[in-house]
Ligand binder design. Structure first.
Ligand SMILES: Nc1ncnc2c1ncn2[C@@H]1O[C@H](COP(=O)(O)OP(=O)(O)OP(=O)(O)O)[C@@H](O)[C@H]1O
Ligand SMILES: [Mg+2]
Length: 210
């Protein structure tokens, strides 16, 4: 179980999150809210990419507030950026292989290929990441996430900047992840896009849960 306890975040004197409390035991939590409401900051604090000004993050009864993002990936908490950030000079397969290495070097190429097949991007395996379309980049991002063998996936606006067709493809993958038992937190501006995927929702507004 993941618990966020009394988390606040201030940048300089700008208060972005105010005493946030939430829990994720199972399933998919949708986090909605307008631009600048603090959704990404909240996910980044859980992922260890930002430090809270105060409050704690607990995972499996352990305080992980001070753990690095890399250590949290090893623990099973992985974050996907709003804008995909693959290694652009590497191929798709190499990118996925790098993520697989979190769980050891043995059979990395085979493991990477298997996950590419599962997500349906094996036809892109030898292509450099810098030639991929927006939709393909999103799928690569999801493939890299699964390659780390996570328990909790934090998805920051997975539907942003996608056309209808690609949004549908990404949604199908997320529904598949849900069926496979991955726990997820997903941000979006609106409820509508998440309504088929999320089991529960919270709304973040001016740094508080409404
Ligand atoms: N590194 C930073 N330094 C200073 N201010 C920041 C930083 N990161 C975020 N902020 C500010 O914190 C507030 C919340 O940002 P955040 O990105 O968490 O919002 P969001 O809900 O994800 O917005 P969006 O829907 O546009 O993605 C914004 O006012 C933003 O300008
Ligand atoms: Mg954001």
């Amino acid at each position: 179980m993941l618990i966020v306890k009394e988390v606040s975040k201030t940048y300089n004197s700008h208060v972005v999150l105010k005493e946030i409390n939430l829990e994720l035991k199972k399933g998919v939590l949708g986090i909605v809210g307008p631009n600048g409401s603090g959704k990404s900051t909240l996910l980044k604090i859980i992922a260890g990419l930002e430090k809270p000004t105060c409050g704690r993050v607990l995972f499996r009864d352990k305080d992980i507030t001070k753990l690095s993002a890399n250590k949290r990936v090893e623990y099973g908490i992985v974050y996907t950026f709003q804008i995909p950030k693959p290694f652009y000079r590497l191929t798709v397969l190499e990118n996925v292989a790098v993520s697989c290495m979190v769980r050891g070097k043995k059979g990395v190429k085979e493991r990477a290929l298997k996950i590419c097949r599962m997500i349906g991007i094996e036809h892109l395996a030898d292509r450099k990441a810098n030639v991929l379309s927006q939709g393909e980049l999103k799928l690569l991002e999801l493939t890299k996430v699964i390659a780390t063998e996570p328990e909790i996936i934090l998805l920051d606006e997975p539907f942003a900047a996608l056309d209808k067709e690609n949004a549908r493809i990404v949604k199908d993958r997320l529904l598949e992840f849900k069926r496979m038992g991955y726990k997820m937190m997903i941000t979006a501006h609106r409820f509508r896009i998440l309504k088929d995927v999320a089991d529960k929702f919270i709304e973040v507004k001016e740094g508080r849960i409404r």
